[in-house]
Every structure is written in C-alpha cells, then in structure tokens.
Design a protein around this ligand. Structure first.
Ligand code: GLC
Length: 568
C-alpha cells in the first residue's frame, strides 16, 4: 500500500478508502441550521463533532448544487456552486477545512448523465433549436410516424413513461429520468471537457473524491437510426454483454480513463466510486479498474431479502469480483433511493419491495420489531466485512421507512411519472430526528420540515439513543471503533474465510478475518443456533442482540442476530 508525504510533511495513505466507513449525507434532511425547513452546509459543519464521535472516516454529500429540485438536486443547474438553500461556496470550503481538521474526508456527488432543464446549456439548446450546435450537447431527435407524432425509440424513463419529451415540430429530447433532467450527449468533446473542468474545480477546492451518479448510463449508442431496446421495461442493461443501446456500454470506460488521469494528478489521488445500478453482473466491476474510477457500488445487500443463502452468495461474489478488479468490495444496506433497511429487512422473502410504495397496493405486513432486530444484525454483517462500508444517514439510529406520506406531501418525481402507482423514495428522505423534545425533533429550532416527520420519529431521536445502553446508535459507534482493530487492515488486504463447515447445529453464516475475529450471523427464526463441534470457544466482542454481553462465551446465537467474536 503506498503512502505519500506531501510538501508539508503530511503523510497520506493513498488507499484510505479501501477499508473506510463512508457516511452518506442527504443535505436537505440532515441538519437545518437556519431553520428554513431544509438542511444546509452549516448544519453539516455543526454536526462534524457528532460524526467524529460516531467514528466515520468520510462523508459523501448528495448534490447541494443550484437546482430547481425536480429530482431532489439530481437535476443540476450549475455544477460549480452551492444552492442558496444549502449555503455558499465559502461555507462549503469551511466544511471541507473543518472536516479535514476532524480527520473526515469529503466526497461529493457528480451528476454527469443529465443536467437540469434550467441549466444554461439546455436553455440555449431550446432557444437555438434542435439542429443547432448548442443542442448537440444533448440528445435531440425527430419523432417517428407522420409528423413525428411518435417518440424516436421505445426507451422508457426510469421514473415512468417515455424517455422522450416532445419539444415542438416533431422533435423530442431524451431524458432517462424526469423530463426536467435532459440527458447529455457524451459523444460531444465539449461535454467531456466541461466535466473535466468541473471535476478539477472540486478537486482544487480540496474534496477527497466523487460519487458518480448513473455512471453506467453516459455512453449511449446514438448511431442512426437509433435502436429500440429489446425489452424497454428493464431498467439497466438487459444483457450482460454491452449490447444495450443505453446502459453499461463499453464506450463509457474511455470517459473514466480520462477522469482517472485527472484524479491521479493529485496527492493522494482522488477517490471515485461509480453508481452503476444493474442486476448483478461481473461487468460492473470494470468501472472499478484502477485506471478508471477505482471503485464501484455493488447494491446486492441493499436489495437482498433476509436470507442466509442470498447473503452468502452476494457477499462471496461481491468480494471475489472486487478483488479480481484490484479494488475493495463495497457494502451498502441503504441509501436515499431505497426503502430503509430497518423496515425492508422485515419483508417476507419474495415480497415485492415496490408494492409497499404503491398508493393503492397493500403494504406487505412487516413486523417492526423483527425488522429492527434484523437491521441491527445486518449492520454487524456489513461492518464485519473487509472493504468500504456505506452508512446512510439515520441507519445508525435504526430509523425505519416512513410509509405514511400522503399524495400532497410526496415530492419524488416517481409519483407523477408513474401515474400515481409508486409513491417513490421520500419515505427514506424525511429529515432526521435529533432530539425528541425539540421542534422538528431537533432538525432545527423552528419546527419547519420540507417533508413532515411522523410522531414516532421521537423514539429514534439521536440524543436519546446516544445515551441509551444497547441502542442502535451505540451498536454502530462500538462497531466502528472495533472495526479499526478487527476488520480494517492498513495493508488493504480484504481477505476472509467462510467457516460454516466448522459449525454444527442451526448453522449461522460465519466467516473469520485474518485478525482472528469471527462473525456469526443467524438468519433463522429458530430459538438458537448452536455453535459447537471442533470450533474453538468464542467470546463476544459485540452482539446485535444486547442481551449477549461482551466477554461472555458464545454457545448460542439468538434468532436474527449477528455476533462479532474472538477466540478465548
Ligand atoms: C441516481 C440517484 C437518484 C437520482 C437518479 C437520477 O440513481 O441516486 O437519486 O434520482 O440517479 O439522477
């Protein structure tokens, strides 16, 4: 593992991210310092002490750029500024400075697949017409049929409906998400150069890395005539061979090789992780090659049911493919796009995760206590794996999904575009509860909140959790601390071995790390899962079931529980 010393004599570990815990902040919902009902940069600065105490290595900020918020800020109007609702560029600089002083790295979200429809480039394109040079930065095409009354292809928006928006005279523009998010044309050298400039702008401001939004969507096959997709309803590549006209095409990798050249000009090189949503395919790990982004999300765990075999398969393949690509595996239980783990994990195996967000469908019955137990166990599974772990704000509180938002409260564009079939993702984006007694549960002092918080948020307020023995917050804090000694390895080694065969009885899923720590995870409802046989006596380092005390000998693993242990 290489270590650099800069001109001031500071030592930098180039690969700090390989075993880091990265905390995702959704700025609008984190902490609101000015009381306008939306979180802000000053709010994040005020909570740096909290994050340090929790023990995270880095924060990743979802977009804070000027935006009309048609898609929660993933519709960017200016890539080199801060939206005034969140603060100013100088407050951002202060955040980076203070985060670094607290030994916390800062990662920002870059949205290169599309801009906002109020971005100056798009306004210019509309003003100058679909055949103008300005329009060639986007994807404008003539419709099919007489007078172009049909869209150019069968491509669908990820949020529902056609991906083509008519813009007059039989012309359309492409938007794979909301119509307020026109797709950029990455065949254009001007677009490529502009993003290199944008990335450099943030690199020079001192950010430590980037999360690349929709990283698998940039390079479309725009050759004439455009091709229909075989099955337009498949969101993500429909075949794992690069043949899809939109998703995960080989040509996308040339873009990231250029970006890596820029990132490597810094010391230490900038971190980058791609968001390549797709059903699992080994191709995803190509984004993580060391001459490209270097890291990529694998979302298998955030989609997995609470099922021993599914966890074992997902963990094994994520680990093995990551190692093969020369990167670290990434572990994710949740983010701002998926139902919160503390509810989702209570779903029966096979129940559709989408059902619960429909307005008319019935929400599958979730036992909240069981979901909560499993989310705690899943935390120790994820944090007990070598690699880069992502914690989404509120996960450390065991915060469940809010199902109760009413149609007039919903802001996610999924709702309108799906013809009111899907409520969308707002249920995991509700502003955090910090203090049960305060207005807006301490999110601010005015009681305003851009999404309403349910009454039951009081139970999860950070200030009470922090001081309650056995709370989920304490579990995370303890796990993050113990992780340094038992899971993370300064040399970047991410090896572990499955040890199931050494165990008898109810067979928890089990693996051993080179440090000597063993993780036991019981996915079953059985009273207990026996640890016996030739396996050496184990003592508890940390358990997701607070009744299993630290230092006690492990003879049984309770149902829906994970335990970190070491040999006595
Ligand atoms: C990513 C973001 C999601 C956004 C979409 C379009 O998937 O995580 O929130 O809606 O890209 O930018």
């Amino acid at each position: 593992m290489s270590v650099h010393t800069d001109i001031r004599g500071n030592v930098h570990n180039e690969a700090w991210w390989r075993d880091a815990v990265i905390y995702q902040i959704y700025p609008r919902s984190f902490f609101d310092a000015n009381g306008d009902g939306e979180g802000d940069i000053t709010g994040i600065i005020k909570k740096l002490g909290y994050l340090r105490h929790l023990g995270v290595d880095a924060i990743w900020l979802s977009p804070f750029y000027p935006s009309p918020m048609a898609d929660g800020g993933y519709d960017v109007a200016d890539y080199c500024d801060v939206d005034c609702r969140f603060g100013t560029l100088s407050q951002f600089d202060e955040l980076v400075h203070k985060a670094h002083a607290a030994d916390i790295k800062v990662i920002v979200d870059i949205v290169p697949n599309h801009t906002s429809n109020v971005h100056p480039w798009f306004k210019e394109a509309l003003a100058q017409g679909p055949e103008s040079a300005a329009a060639s930065r986007y994807v404008f095409r003539r419709g099919r049929g007489r007078d172009g009354q049909l869209p150019p292809t069968n491509w669908l928006s990820n949020f529902g409906g056609s991906a083509w928006e008519p813009c007059g005279d039989g012309w359309y523009y492409l938007h794979l998400f909301a119509k307020e998010q026109p797709d950029l044309n990455w065949d254009s050298r001007e677009v490529r150069d502009e993003f290199l400039r944008i990335l450099k702008f943030w690199c020079d401001r001192g950010v430590d890395g980037f999360r690349i939004d929709v990283s698998h969507g940039l390079a479309k096959d725009l050759s004439t005539p455009l091709r229909d997709r075989v099955d337009p309803t498949v969101m993500g590549p429909q075949a794992a061979d690069g043949s899809d006209p939109i998703w995960d095409r080989d040509a996308v990798h040339a873009i990231y090789r250029e970006w890596r050249e820029l990132f490597n000009r810094y010391n230490p090189p900038k971190y980058a992780i791609g968001e390549s949503w797709s059903p699992f395919t080994p191709r995803i790990f190509q984004y993580a090659r060391q001459d490209e982004l270097g890291a990529v999300f694998d979302f298998s765990l955030s989609k997995a049911y609470w099922d021993r075999e599914e966890y074992r398969t997902s963990i094994g393949r994520t680990h093995d493919f990551a190692v093969e690509a020369g990167t670290s595996p990434t572990w994710v239980l949740g983010n701002h796009d998926v139902p919160r783990a503390a509810s989702r994990l209570g779903l029966p195996i096979g129940a559709s995760i989408n059902t619960w967000v429909t307005s008319n469908g019935t929400i599958p019955r979730i036992d909240p206590d069981m979901a909560h137990r499993r989310a705690r166990a899943a935390a120790l599974i994820m944090l007990g794996l070598p690699g880069t772990a992502f914690v989404y704000q509120g996960e450390e509180l065991g915060l469940p999904e809010d199902f109760d938002l009413t149609p007039d409260e919903i802001q996610d564009p999924n709702w309108e575009r799906s013809g009111h079939r899907f409520k969308g993702r707002d249920g995991c984006r509700v502003p955090l509860p910090w203090n049960a007694q305060d207005p807006a549960f301490g999110f601010n002092t005015t009681g305003r909140s851009w999404l309403p918080q349910p009454e039951w948020f009081a139970r999860y307020a950070e200030s009470s959790e922090e001081h309650t023995e056995g709370s989920t917050w304490q579990l995370y804090r303890d796990a993050l601390e113990l992780r340094h000694r038992w899971v993370a390895r300064a040399d970047g080694d991410v090896s572990f071995e499955w040890v199931n065969d050494a165990l008898r009885g109810g067979l928890p899923l089990a693996w051993r790390l080179p440090s000597g720590m063993t993780v036991l995870a019981n996915f079953s409802h059985e009273e207990a899962s026996e640890v016996s046989g030739d396996y050496p006596a184990l003592q508890v380092l940390l358990s997701s079931d607070p009744h299993l005390e630290q230092g006690s000998q492990v003879s049984v693993v309770p149902p829906n529980t994970a335990v970190w242990c070491c040999e006595r």
